[in-house]
Design a protein around this ligand. Structure first.
Ligand code: 8X3
Length: 259
């Protein structure tokens, strides 16, 4: 397995068990990349791995860890066979929003989870993989930001702050990795219908319904195709960042709803 991995390009995707991460797994497998898929849900990882191997004939390795667990991130990633450390593209997709509350009543555990996942988790993974890319002499880090990192909206302060952090971390990484020829791209989606809102609203399907009411939202595949566009530019071209929204969305809060 390690030998073949050396022959093909490799993408490592965090949070690959659903939504944008899962869609990226399909898109990159279609383009004949071998995949390292990471996530918290083992069963889903295994199911996706099997599906992709059968459908596209590429090789898939799965690593089960939570990006918030620094020791697990480092030890699981470092446990990869050497051939699999030749990662060409890292997609830092793992991220979430939990709760939508003002500062005076927000829950500490929601804040911790968002900051630990969206900011610290992204950093933990990036450090390990950036070092591999430096040894390999090339690489491309693609970070999932959000329109929420470009604008603030009511009750979104912590989530928006974490995505603003992703925006600045991406810009900072571009400085750090410039001399190594490593590309850094940030993708900032608006409303994408995934499990995002279900997690934000903690399973309240009525609130989730309202988010997408009267609009045709983006789907995970729209973002995966955008990421593929960024990843497939020629060696001398880097897409620094892209903001992508549904046609019926003007900014983080203004929609042209047809209800
Ligand atoms: C998700 C987009 O506008 O719901 O990152 O925060 S938004």
């Amino acid at each position: 397995m390690a030998y073949k991995a050396l022959m093909s390009k490799i993408v490592l995707i965090t949070g690959a068990t659903a939504g944008i991460g899962e869609a990226c797994a399909h898109t990159f497998a279609r383009e004949k990349y071998n995949l390292v898929l990471t996530g918290r849900r083992t069963e889903r990882l295994e199911k996706l791995s099997k599906e992709i191997t059968e459908k596209y004939g590429v090789e898939v390795l799965t690593l089960e860890f939570d990006v918030t667990d620094k020791n697990a991130v480092v030890s699981k990633l470092e446990s990869l066979p050497d051939g699999w450390k030749k990662v060409d593209v890292l997609i830092n997709n793992a991220g979430l929003s939990k709760g939508l509350d003002p500062v005076q009543s927000g829950l500490y555990e929601d804040w911790d989870l968002m900051i630990d996942t969206n900011v610290k988790g992204l950093l933990y993974v990036s450090k390990v993989v950036a070092n591999w890319m430096i040894s390999n002499g090339s690489g491309h880090i693609i970070n999932l930001g959000s329109i929420a990192g470009k604008e603030i909206y009511a009750n979104g302060h912590v989530y928006c702050a974490t995505k603003a952090a992703v925006d600045f971390l991406s810009k900072g990484m571009r400085f750090d990795l410039l001399t190594y020829g490593i590309k850094v791209t940030a993708i900032h989606p608006g409303a994408v219908e995934t499990e995002f809102s279900l997690i934000r609203f903690k399973g309240d399907t009525e609130r989730v319904k309202k988010v997408y009411e009267g609009i045709v939202p983006l789907v995970a595949e729209d973002i995966a195709e955008t990421i593929w566009f960024a990843a497939s530019r020629p060696a001398h071209v880097n897409i620094n960042e892209l903001i992508i929204m549904p046609t019926q969305q003007a900014n983080a809060t203004v929609f042209n709803r047809k209800v």
